[in-house]
Every structure is written in structure tokens, then in C-alpha cells.
Design a binder for this molecule. Structure first.
Ligand SMILES: C[S@@+](CC[C@H](N)C(=O)[O-])C[C@H]1O[C@@H](n2cnc3c(N)ncnc32)[C@H](O)[C@@H]1O
Length: 286
């Protein structure tokens, strides 16, 4: 185990962001954020993360394309919120390790003054995020280590409150994170508690893993059970129930590749659509 609890916490320097292990970080157990980074082709991952991700890839080589498709959906959805709904403040819960097209980059490319509060429960995400994310000086970003399962703590966090005015419309982003919340931890209740804090006209951006076959579902559950967070792939109906009370914009809850694809996007074959095991939705809080 690489765990260096006695060293004081510091941020990685720019030249070591891909290699620095902050004190207190356990690299012997696979972590969802670092597995996701590996699926995306990033370098912020360790042997345990790569081994776990490779077990999924052996059975589902399309996982690389699926996470890329989720990232592209996230970009289109954030652009929609900023450009078409005029949203200037974003609360991104389950941020992931910074990569291309971070929420503030997309939002600030439309509205330079856009403000983004990033929240993740993995300290390594926060270490990298603080080092890598600067943003447009006209806008603002902040980073909070907190858990999606405790929405009240997120909503009450001074750093979040400093960036987000909950009396104004906000976009809450829950991209590929609620499948790390078990049924008994009440993911629908978490969304409902966030919804209660969102002003009318706010936007929810949500994506969530589903599964193609029962065998792949079991494999994913088994791999993530040994990691730091279990995964709960859900059916389309189960995911739809999470956004109860919101009004989805067209085309509703669909595979992420089908959500307002770029005009030049290649049409998917039926097989590719089946392989796209992430649903996405953008919905309005009326
Ligand atoms: C698959 S990544 C998604 C990253 C990004 N949202 C995206 O869609 O590209 C999931 C992220 O959620 C974080 N996460 C998992 N469970 C969480 C929880 N209970 N609270 C906060 N973050 C969580 C992980 O650390 C990881 O960074």
C-alpha cells in the first residue's frame, strides 16, 4: 500500500500532477475516479485501478467508447444549460479527475462569468482538481471534498455557498455518480433533496450506468465491490425514477449518444447503441 499519512498535505506541482501521490492516498485499492481516468485514456491511475478496469475491458472493450460518450454528453448538456437556459452557476457532484472538457471550461466558453463548484468524495480528485483547474478569471471555481450521499452538507458548505446563489437557477450535475449510491442509500431521495434547494428554472444534468447483459452487470458489481465503491447499474425505468418531479427536455432519458448528438456525429448502429451502457437526461426544475 502506498499510504503516506505522516507527510503534510500539499498540492502537486504542475510537473508532477501525473505522478504525485498525496499523503493518505491508498493506491492499493481500485478507485472509481482513477478507473474512469484509465477508461478515458488518462494517466492519473495506479496498478490496482488499471487491473480492475482491464477486467471490465476484457468483457466489454466498448467501455472506452462508453465513457468518452458520457463525457461528450456532459459537454453538450453543460453547453445547453449555459447557452439555451442562461445558467451561470453549476454544482458538479462526482467531478472526476480533471480531463478534457471540464464543466467550467465548457460553461465559461459560453458565459465567461460562469461559476462552478466541484464536489467529489475522493481526495485524489480534489488534489488534481486544485492543481489543474484555474478557469476564466471572470468566473470562479471551487472544490469541496464531500459525499453525494450527504446533500445537506454539500448545500450548506461555505465554499459552495460562496459560489452558488440558490435563489437563482443553478445546474446540478450528477454525471455517472449515482450508480455509486446503493438503493438503501436512497439515490432518489438524494436527488429530491437537491431539487428542493434548486430555484425554479434550474437544470439537472444526470447520467447513469445501465447494463447490457446480466453477466456484465454481475462482473461490474464484482469488480467494483473490491474497489473503494460498489457500483449499481440500473435499468432505464430505475434511472427514470431518479428524476421524478423534474421535466426532461427533448429527447428525454436516452442513451448518452442519442442526447442531441452533434450534427456531424456518425449515426450509431443498433449494436453500438446497445453497447452504449450509459443513459443521460437533462431536466428542468419547474
Ligand atoms: C465515473 S466518475 C464521473 C466523472 C464525471 N462526473 C463525468 O461524468 O465525466 C465518478 C466520480 O464520482 C465520484 N464519486 C463516487 N461516489 C461518490 C460519492 N458518494 N460522493 C461524491 N463523489 C463520488 C468518484 O470519486 C468519481 O470521481
Amino acid at each position: 500500500m502506498t499510504q503516506r499519512g505522516s507527510e503534510p498535505w500539499r498540492l502537486p506541482r504542475v510537473d508532477e500532477v501525473e505522478t504525485y501521490v498525496p499523503p493518505g492516498i491508498d493506491t492499493s485499492t481500485a478507485h472509481p475516479a482513477r478507473m474512469y481516468d484509465y477508461f478515458l485514456g488518462g494517466k492519473n491511475n495506479f496498478a490496482a485501478d488499471r487491473e480492475a478496469a482491464e477486467r471490465i475491458l476484457a468483457a466489454a472493450p466498448e467501455a472506452h467508447a462508453v465513457v468518452r460518450a458520457n463525457r461528450d454528453f456532459l459537454g453538450r448538456a453543460v453547453r445547453f444549460a449555459a447557452a439555451e437556459r442562461g445558467i451561470r452557476q453549476f454544482l458538479d457532484i462526482g467531478t472526476g479527475i480533471p480531463t478534457d472538457g471540464n464543466v467550467h471550461e465548457v460553461a465559461q466558453s459560453v458565459l465567461p462569468e460562469a461559476r462552478v463548484a466541484y464536489v467529489d468524495n475522493d481526495p485524489i480528485v480534489l488534489a488534481h482538481a486544485r492543481a489543474l483547474i484555474a478557469g476564466d478569471p471572470r468566473g470562479r471555481t471551487t472544490f469541496v471534498q464531500a459525499d453525494a450521499r450527504e446533500p445537506e452538507k454539500i448545500l450548506a458548505s461555505p465554499e459552495v455557498r460562496d459560489i452558488i446563489d440558490f435563489d437563482q437557477p443553478v445546474a446540478v450535475v450528477l454525471a455517472m455518480v449515482l450508480h455509486f449510491v446503493r438503493d438503501r442509500e436512497d439515490p432518489a431521495g438524494i436527488v429530491a433533496r437537491l431539487r428542493a434547494a434548486m430555484a425554479p428554472g434550474s437544470v439537472l444534468i444526470l447520467s447513469h450506468v445501465t447494463f447490457k447483459t446480466a453477466a456484465l452487470k454481475r462482473l461490474a458489481e464484482e469488480v467494483y465491490e473490491r474497489a473503494s465503491a460498489p457500483v449499481v447499474p440500473r435499468t432505464r425505468e430505475e434511472i427514470a425514477a431518479l428524476v421524478d418531479g423534474f421535466t426532461p427536455v427533448e429527447p428525454g432519458l436516452v442513451k448518452v449518444t442519442q442526447w442531441r448528438p452533434a450534427p456531424d456525429a456518425e449515426p450509431q448502429t443498433a449494436r453500438e447503441l446497445e453497447d452504449t451502457t450509459v443513459y443521460g437526461v437533462v431536466a428542468i426544475r419547474d
